[in-house]
Ligand binder design. Structure first.
Ligand code: PMT
Length: 220
């Protein structure tokens, strides 16, 4: 894979967490470091693709040759994705998008006083970015999701593959601390629309990224 096999192709990747504000000083988020998505962006760029990396707040350097679009919330990520994904050859959703946001963000820092030891937040659903991308008029030629699961990995991953109308889904067990969120390595099962299954053993995310691009490059 040290070739330019992705030259002339446009690849759009989401990476990192989203951050959903509660008030000016507080937010909801998750453990995504951005490493998986950044590794994919770096590999695709090295192999000649024109790469757009839509990134939530992470502390990673932008890979060489990659155009990075910084976003904070899921709604911002969706706005960037719908613009960048139109007509792309490949869209990969490696971001850990918050499924919910706070229904109304407080304008002022919320105070402890008068809360009676409790604070109830109401959450509303965020747009599903990858499902939206897969339903676009100018749908990317291939739409690939990730599935972060803590149990019944295959069942839940295949359900997301079908429900979100994806071409491939890359499933990782995020209950493990040696792979998945915020680790150097990952170990995944990849499921395809036509019932394919590939098991990719534990390896650095940088190496896995090349193996995944080999798979997504195939004509079928
Ligand atoms: O960033 P790292 O520290 O390297 O960790 C990598 C990772 C664990 C974050 C990554 O490998 C991973 O699993 N990413 C997907 C995390 C996730 O949100 O999974 P999910 O099963 O909740 O979502 C399924 C798919 O739908 C994903 O492609 C996700 O990007 C997408 N999604 C989810 C919710 C939403 N509102 N919009 C979406 O597009």
């Amino acid at each position: 894979s040290q070739t330019s096999d992705w030259a002339g192709r446009r690849v759009v990747i989401t990476a990192g967490p989203t951050r959903e504000a509660i008030d000016p000083v507080r937010y909801l988020t998750n453990h995504s470091s951005g490493r998986m998505g950044y590794a994919l962006a770096q590999a695709a760029a090295r192999r000649g693709a024109e790469v757009v990396l839509i990134s939530g707040p992470v502390s990673l350097p932008t890979p060489a040759g990659v155009r990075r679009v910084d976003v904070t919330s899921a709604e911002e990520m969706w706005a960037a994705a719908r613009t960048e994904a139109a007509g792309a050859d490949l869209f990969v959703g490696a971001a850990a998008v918050a499924d919910y946001r706070v229904d109304s963000v407080a304008e002022q820092k919320q105070k402890k006083q008068g809360r009676d030891g409790q604070w109830q937040l109401t959450l509303v659903e965020n747009p599903d970015i990858i499902q939206g991308v897969a339903a676009m008029d100018q749908r990317p030629a291939r739409v690939v999701g990730f599935a972060a699961e803590t149990r019944d990995v295959e069942t839940y991953a295949r359900d997301k593959l079908a429900r979100k109308k994806l071409d491939w889904i890359v499933a990782n067990d995020v209950s493990r601390s040696d792979i998945g969120f915020n680790s150097t390595d990952n170990e995944v099962m990849v499921f395809g629309r036509d019932n394919q299954r590939y098991d990719m053993g534990r390896q650095p995310k940088s190496v896995l990224a090349d193996a995944l691009l080999d798979l997504f490059a195939r004509a079928d």
